[in-house]
Design a protein around this ligand. Structure first.
Ligand SMILES: Cc1cc2nc3c(=O)[nH]c(=O)nc-3n(C[C@H](O)[C@H](O)[C@H](O)COP(=O)(O)O)c2cc1C
Length: 371
């Protein structure tokens, strides 16, 4: 080792290397610049089978398969929306050991997003604040990239979803047509879809979480959903339990496959310093509220609505909390930034051990068991 010290025995080498050498370098740069750098490196690797194979050797964890809404997931830990907004590195996420990926958010019209800077780290709290504003190349480009990936035989070995947002230029009243355009174009190119009405960074978007507005969007999508793709809705952690219950009431009539809980929060643990930046907060400070939302949705629906739990997952204990509160699948974003690419393997190993210790033979047996 360069400084003569060895990585601690319970801290696998790649994770130690990441925190000791890579992360300090990344964290000296602007967060968005680092993000773009990583995505371009992953896009490079995604075009080279040997690079993907090599990554897989170091980063793939134990298999922990789970079947949900007609899809088979090799493990329950997926990539959260916002990391690969343009579908630039589609084959890379499975090579990092993730059990599924959610690309996007993508909107009907390509758009630049909000002025920079718009992404901030709160390193001491392992959190991020972002007000990206759905910067993405648009649904047409996403369709091309998904199509190219399939045609070139590089399609990943895990389910791929697309997160659908509303274009900024589209008035709220025309939102159904905006979502519909993207869905029509992409519906045969991805395995599942998430309707994102919970980003805090598009003006008034979260009003679409209102029951009647959301019903209109979902009705429009399901009408053309002839290939029966699973459609989920992503909710904000800032909704009260009453508003969440209203969304639950849409699940059956609109044939929703499940809910994703949660998006980033506009709440803050403090109002000063970096926390005064507007936008959505993710990472550790979000963990507790996102688990509360999952627990409420699980209990209120009697465990009948599949939930994807996301918000502040950094280790196997965080993952276990969300699973036993009611999540069948999980996603990470901030955890990848702070823990590095080996986070998946570490969490999956921890989950496998925990399942055995609790006497479960399958992950699905642990879902919602804290009650
Ligand atoms: C920079 C950034 C961009 C994001 N973009 C999206 C997005 O486009 N669509 C979406 O539904 N969620 C988006 N999210 C939210 C994440 O998918 C996730 O719900 C949130 O970050 C909580 O997970 P975490 O604590 O593991 O980061 C974004 C998050 C970050 C940090």
């Amino acid at each position: 080792m360069l400084d003569g010290s060895a990585p601690p025995p319970d801290n696998p080498p790649v994770s130690w290397l990441y925190k000791r050498f890579v992360r300090p370098n990344f964290f000296q740069r602007d967060p968005e610049e680092t993000h773009n750098l990583v995505i371009s490196q992953l896009a490079w690797a995604a075009r080279r089978r040997w690079a993907l194979g090599l990554a897989g050797c170091f980063l793939r964890g134990p298999r922990l398969p789970i079947e949900l809404f007609g899809l088979t997931f090799p493990n329950p830990l997926g990539l959260a929306a916002g990391m690969d907004k343009g579908g630039s590195a589609i084959p890379a996420w499975a090579a990092l050991g993730l059990g599924f990926s959610e690309l996007g958010g993508v909107t009907r019209h390509g758009q630049p997003g909000n002025p920079q800077p718009r992404m901030f780290r709160v390193v001491e709290d392992e959190a991020l604040i972002n007000r990206m504003g759905f910067n993405n190349p648009g649904a047409n480009t996403m369709a091309e990239r998904l199509g190219d990936c399939r045609d070139s035989g590089a399609w990943p070995s895990h389910p791929v979803g697309v997160n659908l947002g509303k274009s900024k230029v589209t008035p709220l009243a025309d939102a159904p047509a905006d979502y519909l355009y993207s869905f029509r174009l992409l519906k045969n190119l991805a395995d599942f879809f998430v309707v994102n009405v919970s980003s805090p960074n598009t003006p008034n978007l979260r009003q679409l979480q209102d029951k009647s507005a959301l019903a209109e969007i979902l009705g429009a999508l399901q009408e053309v959903n002839d290939s029966h793709r699973p459609i989920l809705v992503k909710v904000a952690p800032d909704l009260g339990f009453g508003a969440l219950d209203q969304i639950l009431e849409l699940v059956e009539p609109h044939n929703l496959a499940g809910l994703v809980a949660t998006n980033t929060t506009i709440a803050r643990p403090a109002q000063t310093g970096i926390y005064a930046e507007t936008g959505g907060l993710s990472g550790r400070p979000l963990a507790k509220r996102s688990t509360e939302v999952i627990r409420h949705l699980y209990q209120q629906s009697g465990g009948r609505v599949p939930l994807i739990g996301v918000g502040g997952i950094f280790d196997a204990n965080d993952a276990w909390e969300k699973i036993t509160a009611g999540a069948s699948l999980l996603q990470i974003y901030s955890g990848l930034v702070y823990e590095g690419p080996q986070i998946t393997r570490i969490i999956l190993k921890g989950l496998t051990k925990r399942l055995a210790r609790e006497g479960f033979t399958e992950l699905s047996q642990a879902v919602g068991t804290e009650q």
